[in-house]
Design a protein around this ligand. Structure first.
Ligand SMILES: Nc1ncnc2c1ncn2[C@@H]1O[C@H](COP(=O)(O)OP(=O)(O)OP(=O)(O)O)[C@@H](O)[C@H]1O
Ligand SMILES: O=C(O)[C@@H](O)C(=O)CO
Length: 422
């Protein structure tokens, strides 16, 4: 297997977002959970997305994990590696986007382009400022993120606070001038001592310029928009899918469908409320009791009774005010750790009888996927932009279908859409 493209993703839902995007652009893709063991049989593919859980760990650990994944990908021929980060640039002043980008750049001796824009998902970068829909990042719901509240929309400033060297800017006018202009500006920034360069992108066509310019070097950092630009620059490798006859959906009451929500994003809160209003049984875990040493036994019994008849949803999600109060009382890291573990415990206790597992939240998905020991996923159809249907590959839970949803992704009916998808 000689790869055309490699990617190191800093969380599992972001990895499936990227893998689905690359597959949609015509590449044969597999997503692995961590660096795969040598005995894992992988299909012949053009791109591998190595999913890490490195977004919110200590910077040193994120760097070590990312360097190992990068080495594995380059060892399989990948001439370019994309460090996949969140399209809302989720990070803190301690990292991990800066330290990982610095370490990967030092290994390759390059000055990478950095851009989280994905216009299709309403993430745009203009004059180095990130917009989420119509809002600047610091005025969007991301300002209240439980792990990494985003309070500065300037990506140049944000990345500079995390980086060893100055961060440059390649503005939209240069992008409009095309790939050669971008590469010339990157060369000047490197000569000025910059270690990386934020690049603007506002429209889908800008991703083509970014992809071609990035592919001229060994490394870039960005979200699935940059991945799409890279995939287009590589060119489709498999025949366009024949106009397939629409496959029948699974029906809204597919038995054995376990849904877990650990994201507290505005999107997920709305989706949980909609599922509940539509009649899906929902168990809101008593998070205060869990923090006081309680367990998930009752919730597991509750779900076990309902799953044979249809979907069941177990959630820790709460409003920003409730999240802030819990964090003030118990400490943010302790709450996150306990609640991620709680949902992972529920999944592990019920895994044997499941037909589908749907998880909302990147960190939460990471905890669940690790606990169940998945090794790799093949890509199925897109449920919502950035959320493909996955099928487990490898010895553990082979054939189980999954959806791992980034907190902010999916429409209001996401849980119904993910239940029905086939
Ligand atoms: N009620 C709650 N109070 C405080 N923290 C919570 C609560 N419920 C969940 N959490 C924690 O909030 C964090 C949510 O992060 P997660 O990555 O799962 O979702 P997200 O940030 O919305 O998604 P993404 O990273 O994909 O954008 C997790 O660590 C989770 O355990
Ligand atoms: O890029 C995105 O927005 C997602 O893939 C993600 O990583 C959210 O956590």
């Amino acid at each position: 297997m000689s790869l055309l493209l490699g990617a190191v993703a800093d969380d599992y839902t972001g990895a499936s977002d990227l893998a689905g995007t690359l597959a949609g652009a015509g590449l044969r893709v597999v997503q692995t959970i961590g660096v795969p063991p040598d005995d894992l049989a992988l299909p012949e593919v053009d791109a591998v997305v190595v999913a890490l859980k490195s977004r919110s760990v200590a910077a040193g650990r994120a760097v070590a994990l990312s360097l190992a994944a990068d080495a594995w990908l380059r060892g399989r021929g990948a001439p370019h590696v994309l460090f996949k980060v969140c399209s809302t640039f989720d990070s803190t002043d301690d990292g991990n986007i800066g330290p990982v980008t610095d370490a990967l750049a030092a290994r390759t001796g390059s000055v990478p382009l950095v851009c989280p824009a994905f216009p299709r998902n309403r993430r745009t970068v203009y004059r180095g400022h990130l917009f989420v829909g119509d809002d600047r990042l610091d005025e969007s719901p991301l300002k209240d993120h439980p792990l990494n509240p985003m309070r500065d929309s300037s990506l140049v400033r944000t990345l500079a606070r995390q980086s060893a060297k100055p961060v440059g800017l390649i503005p939209i006018e240069t992008v409009e001038d095309g790939t050669d202009a971008v590469l010339a500006r990157l060369t000047s920034l490197a000569a000025e001592g910059c270690g990386s360069a934020i690049i603007d992108a506002v429209l889908d066509r800008h991703l083509d310029v970014l992809g071609r310019a990035a592919l001229a070097g060994p490394l870039s950092t960005g979200a699935s928009g940059l991945g799409l630009g890279l995939a287009r620059a590589v060119g489709p490798r498999r025949p366009a899918a024949a106009a397939a006859a629409p496959r029948p959906g699974r029906g809204a009451s597919a038995p054995g469908t376990l849904m877990l929500a650990g994201s507290c994003s505005a999107a997920t809160l709305g989706q949980v409320a909609r599922a509940e209003a539509a009649g899906v049984p929902v168990r809101h875990l008593d998070v205060e009791a869990l923090m006081a040493g309680g367990d998930t036994g009752d919730a597991v019994a509750w779900a076990r009774e309902r799953l044979p008849r249809g979907p069941a949803l177990v959630a820790t999600s709460r409003s920003p005010a409730e999240v802030a109060a819990l964090q003030a009382r118990f400490g943010a890291a302790a709450v996150s750790e306990r609640l991620e573990a709680a949902l992972a415990e529920v999944a592990a206790a019920l895994a044997a009888g499941l037909s589908r597992l749907i998880v909302a939240g990147g960190e939460t998905s990471g905890a669940v996927v690790d606990r169940l020991g998945f090794q790799a996923f093949a890509l199925g159809d897109e449920i919502a932009p950035g959320v493909p249907l996955l099928r487990a590959v490898g010895a553990r839970h082979a054939g189980l279908s999954l959806a791992l949803k980034s907190g902010n992704f999916g429409g209001i009916d996401f849980f119904a859409d993910a239940t029905r998808a086939n």
